[in-house]
Structure formats: structure tokens, C-alpha cells
Design a protein around this ligand. Sequence first.
Ligand code: HEC
Ligand code: HEC
Ligand code: HEC
Ligand code: HEC
Ligand code: HEC
Ligand code: HEC
Length: 418
Amino acid sequence: MIIRRSISIVITLSLALVFIFVSDMVYAGDELNCVLCHKHRGLSRIDKDGQFRLFYINQELFESGPHRRNKCKDCHSDIDRIPHNPAKEVDCTQQCHIVEPSGNKKFSHKPVAKILENSTHGKLDKNGEPKPYQEDFPSCKSCHDQPLYRPFSIYKGEKVAGISKRAMSRCKSCHTSGDFAEDFYEHVTTRLHKSRYSVETIEVCAKCHQDEGFRERHELDDVITSYKETFHGKMVILGSEKTPDCIDCHVVTGENTHLIESQSVDTSSVHENNLNTTCRTSECHAEAGAMLSSFQTHVTYDREKYPMQFYMLIGFKALMAFVLYFFLTLIFFELLRRLFPKFSFFKEKKIDDYDDILHEIKSSIKQNEQSSDDKNIAPNTSPENPPDSSSGKSPENSPGKTSDKTKSLDDILRGKKE
Ligand code: HEC
Ligand code: HEC
Ligand code: HEC
Ligand code: HEC
Ligand code: HEC
Ligand code: HEC
């Protein structure tokens, strides 16, 4: 009896221990204990193509992501033994175990896939023929892989009136038990915001639409660069959430996000007949006139396609260059003068250079003598003949003295210098 009881206690205790141990590592939806192995960070290998492949699942990220209520096997349905056979690629449109309440059916993303098929991003054309360059067309993962799982909490900006923790507390006044209020509140309010920031949406589209090879294959313009050059693009890059990104203009208001259509299709939001409606939503240009929709979002300065913009650009560049270089030259010379205020290309006369002064005096005297000789006037005989004031020299050096006096003046000055 005692032995029996002690055995059962040991078994219960060890079971409890195992339970505590295991429950610490396994998340609620993980019935098959996949995370038991996949929580190890080092779980990886180099595959046949030499690619590094990581099989580690970050439990915390997984549990805060949009697929947290899915079981691993909902998506990895082919994994049924250990060690596994090589996994098949996950099909995003398969049904999972979750039941969607409005239709009471097993949940799947098939409706989204259908819409995608009918959009410009569908792989088949109207006649069911595959479009050229199949590998360029997006699958779910092309747009939804980065970042893989974002915690819901970061979408919950409390900027918009009515969506806040305080508002949620109101649900709790009636839905009192468990996490009911939190769960549904979160479910609804996270969908009232965009789930990606606009800059991230642009990055998603840019993956293909900015690629040069891609654009050449499909004869499309560089819409990413052109968008970023417009006021809309600049505002979005500066962090505005109110300015339109690609989705806002390319999806008809109220339509599914995945129904992006070519501008040549008459139901497209950017078809010329619909442009006015697209711009005039209550969030954007509600009162704008018809002219507004002639605004060109994707101008590329291509000479053939946009000749006016092309020549305008050249004109403005030339004007810019002229104004810039003109003022730069001015600034350059101004700077030179400030740095070297005494600099000159022409030699200045040095006042204390006696030799130069003497030379000048002498030559001016000689000139004087010569000119009086020429005029046949006796040199320096008449006292009325005043010294040449125009020479501007001191009276001592006056040319009115005799030439032998000049010599003695010369000597005097030399003496002074020595
Ligand atoms: C006993 C440990 C263990 C358990 C339990 C386990 N796995 Fe794995 N899993 C591994 C290992 C090891 C690898 C890497 C195998 C390899 O080297 O190819 C792997 C690889 C994978 C791969 C990638 C396989 C490939 O070929 O690309 C997927 C997907 C996967 N596991 C899903 C699951 C799912 C879903 C479950 C739960 C049903 C699960 N695993 C349970 C150990 C485990
Ligand atoms: C919503 C669907 C979904 C759920 C739920 C899910 N996965 Fe995945 N998993 C994917 C997708 C998609 C990939 C990318 C590879 C692919 O497309 O097949 C992936 C990749 C992986 C890989 C890497 C395989 C490789 O080839 O690099 C492992 C390992 C893995 N999952 C394990 C798990 C485990 C363990 C769980 C449960 C905790 C889980 N997954 C839950 C969809 C899912
Ligand atoms: C061309 C890019 C693109 C492709 C391809 C794409 N999606 Fe999306 N998807 C988006 C964008 C952009 C959003 C809106 C995100 C937002 O509102 O901020 C979105 C939103 C969603 C949402 C709504 C998420 C929520 O919580 O509101 C679901 C579900 C979804 N996509 C599933 C899929 C599935 C399944 C596929 C494949 C059949 C797919 N998508 C293919 C771009 C894409
Ligand atoms: C004044 C009380 C009251 C408040 C406040 C309230 N609810 Fe309810 N809610 C109810 C009642 C009663 C029902 C069931 C009757 C019905 O279906 O209309 C219900 C039904 C629901 C259901 C449907 C459940 C199902 O399985 O059919 C959801 C979801 C829900 N409420 C979410 C919320 C959220 C989220 C909030 C806060 C934003 C909230 N409720 C605020 C009283 C309230
Ligand atoms: C995986 C690559 C890829 C991604 C990512 C992608 N696209 Fe596309 N896009 C394409 C392909 C391929 C076409 C079809 C071109 C053709 O018909 O030749 C296309 C066509 C378009 C067209 C129609 C062009 C026309 O007038 O013919 C628009 C508009 C468009 N995409 C917008 C977007 C937006 C907005 C996003 C981001 C949410 C996006 N795309 C993301 C590959 C992609
Ligand atoms: C303000 C509205 C608006 C925004 C924002 C916008 N577009 Fe457009 N887009 C248009 C209009 C209008 C057209 C058709 C007329 C034209 O080419 O200007 C167009 C045309 C296109 C085309 C077809 C171009 C071609 O060569 O035929 C693609 C592809 C495209 N946009 C993708 C994008 C992507 C990707 C983004 C985000 C970076 C984006 N658009 C942002 C309005 C917008």
C-alpha cells in the first residue's frame, strides 16, 4: 500500500516536473512540439546549393505575429515525421484549422489569391495564357516577407481618436471575463490602421518596380524615383502618414488592396476616366476641381514621352548653373581679397626706395632741361621762372636749380641713405 502510494507520488511528481519543463518551452498552439527543436538558435545547415538555411523559430516573434493562432502544421502540412522529409513550399491559400465566423467556414487566403490573379499582378492573361517573364510576377511572399512577423503592438499608434487603451477599457464594462475585450479590440483596431508604414509599402513595390532589368522587360517607367520626386513622395519620406503611397492611388477606394490594375483597364483607379474620383476622396482633395487630376505622378524626363518636362529640366539646370557659378566666382574673389588684402598683380612703388625716387627726380629734371632747351629759353637764369610745381617734389629737389646742384643733391641723399 505504502509502496504503491509512493510510486504514484513519484510518477505524479515527475510528470509534473516534465509538464513544467515542457510547458516552459512550448507555446499554446504547438501541439506537435515543433518548437521543442526549432527554438534552438543553431538549427541550420548549408543546403545543396551552398545556401545557408536557418530553421530557428523565434517564439516571441511568432507569438506576437499575425499567424500566432495557427498551428505549425496548418502551414507546414507535409511535415509528418521526424526526421522530416524535405519540406514542400508553404501554400498560402490552403485552409487552416481556424474557423472564420462570418462565413462559418475553415479559414483560408484563397479569396485574396483570386483577386491577385485578376489584377495586373496575376500570372495569366485574359485568355488564360501565361504572361511573359513569369518569375517577375509577385507571389504572396514577394510582398509579405519583410519584416516576416511584426509584433501587433507597433501598429497601435494611439494617434487616432477612439483607438486607445482608454477606449478599450469601455469594452470591458460589458465583456468582463477573460481576454475577450482585448482580443477583439485588438483584432479590429489593428485593421483600422495601415499595417505597414508608407515607406515600407514603397520598398515592397520598389523590389520589382525599381529594378532596371525588370523595367526593360515589361517596358515600364521608373515609377519609384519619379514618385519620390513629387511632393507626395517627399512628404512620405519625411514621415507623413496622410500623404498617399502607391496603394492609395492604385487601388480603387473601398476595393481590396490586392486589386491593382493597369491604367489601360477601365476599372483601374488610374484610368483617365477615374482619376478625378481617385484624387477626390474625403481624405485627400475632396473639393478639388477637374484640373487637379491632370497632375502627373510619374514624370520621368524622357525626351520622347515628356518633352516639355525634359526641356524645362534642362532650362532650369542651365539657370541654376549660371546663377550658382556667377555668385561662386564673386564669392571666390571676395574671399581672395579678404585673405590677401595687399595682393596685386601690378607692382606698387615703394616710398622708401631712394634709388627709385632719385631716378625719378633726375629724369624729371632732365625732361625739364630738355623742354626749356627746346623752347630756347635760357635755363634757370630768371628768378621769375618758378620751380616746376607739377613735378610734386619737395622744393629741395626743385628742377629750378642748376644741374651741378643736382649732383650735390644726389650726394646728400646718398649720404642720408648710408
Ligand atoms: C526532434 C526535433 C524536431 C521536431 C520535433 C520538429 N523538427 Fe522540424 N526540423 C528539425 C531539424 C533538425 C530540421 C533541419 C533538417 C535538415 O537539416 O534538413 C528541421 C527542419 C524543418 C523544416 C525545414 C525542412 C526543409 O526541408 O526545408 C520545416 C519546415 C520544419 N522543420 C517544420 C517542423 C514542424 C512544422 C514541426 C512540428 C510538426 C517540426 N518541424 C518539428 C527538427 C525538428
Ligand atoms: C502562416 C503559415 C505558417 C505557420 C503558422 C508557420 N510557418 Fe513556418 N514557414 C512558413 C513559410 C511561408 C515559410 C517560408 C518557406 C516556404 O515558403 O515554404 C516558413 C518557413 C519555415 C522554416 C524554414 C524553412 C526553410 O526552408 O528555410 C521552418 C523551420 C519553419 N517554417 C518552421 C515552423 C514552425 C516550427 C512553426 C510553428 C511554430 C511554423 N513554421 C509555423 C509559414 C508558416
Ligand atoms: C503586390 C504586393 C502584394 C501581393 C503580391 C500580396 N499582397 Fe497582401 N497586401 C499587400 C499590401 C500592400 C497590403 C496592405 C497592408 C496595409 O494595409 O498596410 C496587403 C494586405 C494583406 C492582408 C490584410 C492584412 C491585414 O491585417 O489587414 C492579407 C490577409 C493579405 N494581404 C494576404 C495576401 C495573400 C494571401 C497574398 C497571396 C495570395 C498576398 N497578400 C499577396 C500587398 C501584397
Ligand atoms: C454596453 C455593453 C457593451 C459594450 C460597451 C461592448 N459590447 Fe460587445 N457585445 C455586447 C453584447 C450584449 C453582445 C452580444 C449581443 C450582440 O451580438 O449584439 C456583444 C457582442 C460582441 C461581439 C460578438 C461576439 C460573438 O461571438 O458574436 C464582439 C466581437 C464584441 N461584442 C466586441 C466588443 C468590443 C471590441 C467592444 C469595445 C470596443 C465592445 N464589444 C463593447 C455588449 C457590449
Ligand atoms: C514581385 C514583383 C512585383 C512587386 C513586388 C510589385 N509588382 Fe507591380 N508589377 C509586377 C509585374 C510583373 C507587373 C506586370 C507588368 C506587365 O504587365 O508586363 C506589374 C504591374 C504593375 C502595374 C501596372 C502597370 C501597367 O500600367 O501596366 C502597377 C500599377 C503596379 N504593378 C503597381 C505595383 C504596386 C503599387 C506594388 C506595391 C504594392 C507592386 N506593383 C509590387 C511585379 C511586381
Ligand atoms: C498620387 C497618386 C499616385 C501615387 C502615390 C502613385 N501612383 Fe503610380 N500612377 C498614378 C497614375 C495617375 C498613373 C497613370 C498615369 C501616369 O503614368 O502618370 C500611374 C502609373 C503607374 C504605373 C504604370 C507606369 C507605366 O510605365 O505605364 C506603375 C507601374 C505605377 N504607377 C506604380 C506606382 C508605384 C510602385 C507607386 C509607389 C511608389 C505609385 N505608383 C504611386 C498615380 C499614382
